[in-house]
Design a protein around this ligand. Sequence first.
Ligand SMILES: Nc1nc2c(ncn2[C@@H]2O[C@H](COP(=O)(O)OP(=O)(O)OP(=O)(O)O)[C@@H](O)[C@H]2O)c(=O)[nH]1
Ligand SMILES: [Mg+2]
Length: 279
Amino acid sequence: MCTVCGCGDAKLEGHDHGHSHAHTHTHDHGHDHGHHHHDMHFGTGPAGVEVPGMSQERLIEIETGIMAKNDRYADANRAVLAGLGAFAVNLVSSPGSGKTTLLCKTIEALGDQPLAVIEGDQQTTNDADRIRATGAPAIQVNTGKGCHLDGHMVGHAMEHLKLAQNSFLFIENVGNLVCPAGFDLGEDCKVAILSVTEGEDKPLKYPDMFTASRLALLNKVDLAPYCDVDLDLYEANLRRVNPGIEVIRVSARTGEGMDSWLNWLTGSLTRKTARTAAE
Ligand SMILES: Nc1nc2c(ncn2[C@@H]2O[C@H](COP(=O)(O)OP(=O)(O)OP(=O)(O)O)[C@@H](O)[C@H]2O)c(=O)[nH]1
Ligand SMILES: [Mg+2]
């Protein structure tokens, strides 16, 4: 189960999914259904999520167990990366913001810099195939019904990739602006990609992802003139939910802003490698 959104088909202890769920709604939310325009807010309980038929206490118990397990895998990944002086970026965004396109352009620009890629999608090997076409090693992880990568999946993929010293590990998460925010993969940081076609209010609507990210790449700026969008408002909204977030405006299509992004990456790798050497 995804402890962020409550979805997924993982079998839960003491909860047999062989039975059929009778979806009888008890309508005990304490509101009057006769009213229209009545905003509803779910997930405001202590668990931060609601799953029909499960108490908040049980949800917290399940979440604590799953997260503890995930964090152990993430810590192991972090230790491997630290030993190698490798810098790992977890690319997070909604579907189609341009993660793979940007990655392909980044890989080409980085030249012979050692790097590897883990691609997360529910289905298909399309993205790993696109990365491999650049000559970079890539592994596709299909999550099936899952809506995010977790520490365990990434650990397995890292073993297969045999990462080099002082390399980059790019992890392209499942296109989903919600759940990947909650899962530590052992990465050095999350980088959110937000394309200008998505709307300036997205950081406000999906704050967790942008709060969890160190950097936001505002992609597809080449399309801004056709979309009637306000790039300053995108940045202001990003900073409203995360005052410390760095923002770089880029276009994977025209190459605009790519220098700043590449400088950010190489600076981050240099600092990580120096830290490893000092330990
Ligand atoms: N105009 C323009 N189009 C772009 C840019 N970056 C990506 N695209 C296009 O956006 C579409 C989606 O790009 P992808 O790289 O597949 O996006 P993604 O985030 O990897 O998608 P998922 O992995 O499915 O979530 C493609 O048609 C790209 O060519 C850009 O900077 N400008
Ligand atoms: Mg992709």
